[in-house]
Design a protein around this ligand. Structure first.
Ligand code: NAD
Length: 264
């Protein structure tokens, strides 16, 4: 039986594919027959056919360029780039309570967030676009967030980086459409737990919202129309569809995937 998606033998680079959403995307793509390169700081040591690891810090332009060239030299083409690597440090504009000044926006955290969440996608997209233009084909998929569409209490820096990624998506689609390159973003809402949800993350977010860590996991039957958090597989299924030629007329837009919590 042929696979409806028809992404067999497509060469896909996934950044941050060793954990959470990225890891699920890597597995789903491999199960659909793609050749997958995971560009992450550390390997997930996935023991699967057609899985490759590239040790890359997405903030480093030279390393990103070398990694992309390496994939192209080996495979002779690159079909899809998925800009997934991202971090989230919850920070308040102003720590008005005054007991945790480290949770107030500062230069170091601002630069770190913008470096990983924005420079990463920019360096990677720049490096693959050279090849996409030669091929007259290619897809860039940016993993944004519902927070980038709606804003998020205690996560304004994160929200700003994810909103900027939506701006890059729209603009690159306009620049690159003439080369048959699709650029899309997705905006997941609340989903199953990933590596992003560390103890430090939860403590900072709870403080910024003046609630306890236990209260962070609210009653989703009220806030999410589908009454549950999203599954990683549901996110990766959308990304696989967007990686395929079945989505060839979708570009310059952001697809909200939040169970109806927000429509973007
Ligand atoms: N988890 C959520 O609720 C959620 C919701 C919406 C959007 N997102 C977005 O989805 C993406 C993945 O998030 P996740 O929850 O799976 O996170 P995660 O922490 O589980 O995984 C992120 C991966 O990125 C890698 N990474 C981080 N910095 C890197 C760098 N400088 N260079 C290379 N790799 C780096 C990490 O090593 C890790 O493997 C992020 O862009 C995140 O903003 C997550």
């Amino acid at each position: 039986m042929t696979n409806w998606l028809e992404i067999e033998s497509k060469v896909v680079i996934v950044t941050g594919g060793s954990s959470g959403i990225g890891n699920e995307i890597v597995i789903n793509l491999l199960e659909n027959g793609a050749i997958v390169y995971n560009a992450d700081l550390k390997d997930s040591n996935l023991n699967k056919k057609n899985y490759h690891f590239l040790q890359v810090d997405v903030t480093n332009r030279d390393i990103v360029q070398k990694a992309v060239n390496e994939v192209h030299n080996k495979e002779g083409k690159i079909d899809v780039l998925i800009n997934n690597a991202g971090i989230n440090l919850p920070r308040l504009l102003l720590d008005s309570a005054g007991s945790h000044p480290e949770y107030e926006i500062n230069d170091k955290d601002l630069n770190f967030m913008f470096d990983v969440n924005l420079k990463g996608p920019i360096w990677f997209s720049q490096a693959v676009t050279k090849y996409f233009i030669e091929q007259n084909a290619g897809k860039i998929i940016n993993i944004s967030s519902e927070a980038g569409q709606e804003g998020s209490e205690g996560q304004s820096l994160y929200s700003a980086t994810k909103a900027a990624l939506i701006g890059l998506t729209r603009s690159w689609a306009k620049e690159l459409g003439k080369y048959n390159i699709n650029v899309v973003a997705i905006a997941p809402g609340i989903i199953e737990e990933t590596g992003l949800r560390t103890k430090q993350y939860e403590e900072a977010l709870a403080y910024s919202r003046n609630i306890t860590v236990d209260q962070l996991n609210g009653d989703y039957s009220k806030s999410i129309p589908l009454r549950r958090v999203g599954k990683l597989k549901e996110i990766s299924d959308l990304v696989c569809y967007l990686s395929s030629n079945k989505s060839s007329y979708i570009t310059g837009t952001t697809i909200n995937i939040s169970g109806g919590k927000s429509r973007g």
